[in-house]
Design a protein around this ligand. Structure first.
Ligand SMILES: *Cc1c(COP(=O)(O)O)cnc(C)c1O
Length: 247
């Protein structure tokens, strides 16, 4: 049987190691201890998003029991059902990380706190409009722009040139908070892809004080992503095990 808590502990240790190696965490030497009330984990500059796509709500609950609260989903129908099953756990924070069809924006706005995969103006405006229309909904939606860093035709995401144009549009939306950038580099993507994301993120942060998130790194490229400034890694397989069929 899969041991979710064990897997989460391993990933957190790997994140911490990657942070230490890239100078993003200062090693504790000698008798130095974390400040009172602060665990090492809380000091980590990289947060962990557990990607639960294709996995049952029972496994999400197990991860929650082990202290995990942020979950990522790709497939809307599956996600909406899972979220409905887990409403007794109000601490859960849901992130939509999959491709977005414009006729699904209402359900996304209603069910998620974060959307990492915004890649066109129409989607941003529709998400904003749903929240404007829904007077009961007063928490804004956290937005990352998805960048097609490997320039693959098949992958969603904006080109590098479009980043600042779309950022301005999102920043102008009252109900959206521009939090940063997201990318899914192709397997074995060169280091240059990660460097470009890091640079874009730094530039965006200089322009927009709300920007604090570089959503980069999955089970296979976690170390490389952390070395290039990722602030949020999206980990599925290494926590929940391999997926069947769907990617
Ligand atoms: C599936 C998926 C992940 C998780 O990938 P793993 O390799 O299982 O860690 C992260 N981000 C996105 C956008 C995904 O679709």
């Amino acid at each position: 049987m899969i041991n979710i808590k064990n897997n989460l502990d391993k990933i957190k240790a790997q994140i911490q190691q990657a942070c230490l190696q890239s100078g993003r965490l200062i090693p504790l030497t000698g008798f130095a201890k974390p400040l009172s009330g602060q665990s090492l984990e809380q000091q980590s500059p990289v947060s962990l998003l557990a990607v639960s796509k294709t996995k049952p709500s029972a496994l999400v609950e197990q991860a929650h029991l082990a202290g995990q609260n942020n979950f990522g989903e790709n497939y809307l129908q599956e996600a909406v059902e899972k979220i409905a099953t887990l409403t007794h756990l109000p601490e859960l924070i849901w992130h939509f990380i999959g491709p977005i069809q414009s006729n699904k924006t209402k359900q996304i706005a209603n069910n998620f706190s974060w959307v990492h995969s915004v890649d066109r103006e129409k989607i941003a405006l529709r998400l904003n409009q749903h929240l404007e229309d829904d007077i009961c909904h007063n928490t804004p939606l956290n937005i990352c722009l998805q960048v097609n860093i490997s320039n693959e035709d098949s992958k969603s995401g904006i080109s590098i040139e479009q980043v600042f144009v779309l950022a301005k549009i999102v920043d102008n939306c009252d109900k959206l908070i521009l939090r940063g950038l997201m990318a899914v580099p192709e397997k074995k993507a060169p280091k240059a892809c990660y460097e470009i994301m890091q640079t874009l993120f730094i530039q965006l942060k200089e322009q927009y004080p709300s920007v604090d998130t570089l959503s980069l790194g999955m089970s296979n490229d976690l170390d490389k992503a952390v070395a290039h400034g990722s602030t949020m890694v999206r980990i599925g397989t290494a926590i929940f095990g391999a997926r069947e069929n769907k990617i």
